[in-house]
Unconditional design. Structure first.
Length: 232
């Protein structure tokens, strides 16, 4: 909406410029001041649009690079290969030796393109990590428009020791997303009556004793800060 308003100001300024150019000289002081104001507004709108386009391109480039890195790392790990062979494991509630269960929650989400419609986003859920790196879980959250939503991900994998650092890890989860309904259905791709596929790449840091903090990449929309607390 802001971008459209700025474009409108630019169009009006160009029209007014043409009007002034067609007037006989000299022009009045009022016309001169209006002309200068429109020129300033046109320059400001143009610079703002260029700045936003540059920012969008940078965010898009960063997101694509991070997503490629997470996807590549998870695809190359043995745990992900095992997940391809036992893709039904995420639907099982059985406990196995070496399982790590955690309570996950998110207190903050950064929107790349803030809107007056955006509301505070919070998330709470449970996640299980097998000893072989397979990840599954479910989370309840309010989306960016205040709608109660659910993300169930039976498929996932985590790669620990990223870059030789034992605390740094990459994670990729996939599953079913529900919650974007009504006029917000088009906010997520492939949405049908509120149901859509969900894929969340993430980078995280192991704080020790099962406590973790990670950044979830929410497509081109934003970045979610997630904390994990161990469950015994």
């Amino acid at each position: 909406m802001r971008l459209a308003t700025q474009l409108g100001i630019m169009v009006k300024s160009y029209v007014f410029h043409g009007y002034i150019a067609r007037q006989p000289r000299p022009i009045s002081v009022v016309e001169g001041l209006d002309y200068k104001w429109y020129c300033a507004a046109r320059k400001l709108a143009f610079l703002t649009i260029i700045k936003r386009l540059f920012r969008t391109m940078m965010i898009d480039r960063l997101f694509r690079r991070l997503t490629r890195m997470v996807l590549l790392l998870t695809l190359l790990t043995p745990s992900f290969s095992m997940a391809a062979d036992s893709w039904t494991d995420g639907f099982s509630l059985s406990r196995e030796k070496g399982d790590r269960n955690a309570l996950i929650f998110s207190p903050y989400t950064l929107h790349f393109s803030p809107s007056s419609e955006h509301q505070h986003v919070w998330l709470v859920g449970i996640e299980r990590e097998r000893e072989n790196g397979l990840v599954a879980g479910a989370a309840f959250f309010t989306n960016s428009f205040g709608q109660p939503s659910l993300y169930y991900y039976p498929w996932g994998a985590v790669y620990r020791g990223l870059g030789g650092n034992p605390q740094l890890y990459a994670k990729l989860t996939a599953g079913l997303l529900y919650g974007y309904t009504g006029k917000y259905e088009n906010k997520v791709p492939f949405n049908h009556s509120g149901f859509s596929p969900g894929i969340v790449p993430a980078l995280g840091w192991d704080l020790g004793d099962g406590f973790e903090v990670q950044a979830n990449m929410l497509g081109f929309a934003g970045l979610m800060v997630q904390l994990s607390l161990p469950l015994k």
